[in-house]
Design a protein around this ligand. Structure first.
Ligand code: URA
Length: 441
């Protein structure tokens, strides 16, 4: 087989065989195909696309390029959830214990944050003592004991994706539905779950800026899931403003605790209960309840402490510390160091999530490159969100830094200016819209 022929076939829009795709993935993983040929092939895919059979073949080859997590010891159907990226997205830490309260097992291999979106592992690591680097051979005992596990991705999970993703990042080939869909689904298949809900975010803070693109990505991943034998459902959610009440690692985990003690904002609760009810049904643990009944039952378990007790179990089982109320202790506590006030009166119509994400990275909450350290206490707390009416001078949000942060004041002023750019206003109230745009399966 010759890589030049494979590139030319894709360049002229011809359908690739499974053997050609397997050859490309093997060469990407073992380094036998040079980066310039890999990049040229990726660009041909960006320009000419792939059909569902090619996408599935690429996904499976990438999944098999490393370890496949064997979850056959799990009693029942192991589930997983993935978000295509957001700002203020704290769904996973709420969802895992909620699912455990229904007897649904989740083994979650999550990423760290890079750029304007946060990572679930960083959020958990804001809890004192929490270990998100537990070796794979310990998973089995922990999953059997509690039905829950959260860890960073191991180096041998879909290694082909790591090679291809870093090349895509520097060759203008990230934005391609077949490449994004196969990248996400290969890691999910390698993770070992048998039922999967994907939260496909759309809007300013998401990969997919429009609803149309989000639907295209969702449909591609559902097709791959079907052909690969994984029950897959997609929830399309709005990421045109940050999710919930705050952005930042400790701040978001404090918000997680609020939701698990019956407080929390509507948008977060809607997404959590929608995804949970889907996964509970897919795992056949619905006890005959229909979707609306299941959502109400999920909301009840967030209020009455049933989900919280599983959260405490998860935190303790991975080495984290909690106080007597079950509230975690954090490595760094946020300190509100500056308030951002409204420059005008009116209704807030938009808070650009991408700008808020960048602003929180400047405060220290995220990374610009893989090796940056983060300030777990840094982030942004919202006092007003889309639809709220504000007067000139009202508080919009506060800029937080960790108690030990050495961030210079000039940076805080720059962040304040940037945050002002995120807010848009109107004299009339914007139409109310749901954070759940659609559910596709
Ligand atoms: N997330 C991934 O894991 N891969 C992509 O290509 C894009 C988003």
């Amino acid at each position: 087989m010759d890589m030049i022929d494979i590139i030319l076939d894709k360049r002229y829009g011809r359908k690739l065989t499974d053997e050609q795709i397997a050859y490309f993935v093997k060469g990407a993983t073992d380094g036998s195909i040079p980066d310039y040929q890999l990049s040229s092939f990726l660009m041909a895919v960006v320009l000419n696309g792939m059909d569902e059979h090619e996408m599935t073949s690429l996904t499976l080859a990438m999944a098999r390029s490393g370890d496949i997590n064997d979850l056959s010891y799990v009693d029942g159907i192991p589930v997983d959830k993935h978000s295509t990226g957001g700002v203020g997205d704290k769904i996973t830490p709420i969802l895992i214990p909620l699912l455990a309260s229904f007897g649904v097992t989740t083994v979650k291999l999550s990423g760290r944050g890079l750029g304007h979106t946060g990572g679930t592992v960083d959020k958990f690591e804001s809890i004192r003592g929490f270990n998100a680097e537990i070796p794979f051979d310990k998973i089995r005992d922990m999953v059997k004991a509690s039905g829950m596990f959260i860890s960073g991705q191991t180096p041998n999970l879909a290694p082909a994706d790591k090679v291809l993703y870093s090349l895509r990042d520097v060759t203008g080939t990230v934005d391609s539905i077949p490449l994004i869909a196969s990248s996400i689904m290969s890691k999910k298949i390698a993770g070992g779950a048998k039922a999967l809900v994907l939260d496909v975010t759309c809007g300013s803070g998401a990969y997919m800026k429009t609803e149309e693109r989000a639907r295209e990505l969702a449909e591609a991943m559902i097709k791959i899931g079907k052909l690969a034998g994984i029950d897959t459902c997609c929830v399309i959610t709005d990421m045109d403003q940050p999710l919930g009440r705050c952005v930042g690692n400790t701040l978001e985990m404090q918000e997680v605790y609020e939701v698990l003690t019956g407080r929390g904002s509507d948008d977060v609760i809607q997404i959590v209960t929608t995804i949970a009810s889907k996964l509970i049904t897919m795992a056949s643990k619905d006890n005959g309840m229909n979707e609306e009944e299941l959502k109400a039952e999920c909301a009840a378990r967030l209020k009455d402490g049933r989900a919280l007790s599983h959260y405490v179990e998860l935190v303790l089982s991975q080495g984290g510390s909690v106080n007597s109320n079950g509230s975690p202790l954090y490595v760094e506590y946020p300190f509100e160091s500056m308030y951002v006030t409204s420059p005008e009166s009116g209704y807030i119509t938009r808070i650009r999530a991408d700008i808020i994400g960048k602003a929180s990275v400047m405060l220290g909450a995220g990374r610009l490159s893989k090796d940056d350290t983060i300030d777990h206490g840094a982030g942004i707390c919202f006092y007003a969100k889309v639809g709220d009416k504000v007067k000139r001078g009202d508080r919009l949000c506060s800029l937080c830094i960790g108690e030990n942060s050495k961030l210079p004041d000039e940076v805080l002023y720059d962040v304040m200016d940037l945050v002002h750019e995120a807010y848009e206003y109107s004299d009339s109230a914007p139409e109310k819209s749901s954070v759940i745009i659609d559910v596709l399966s």
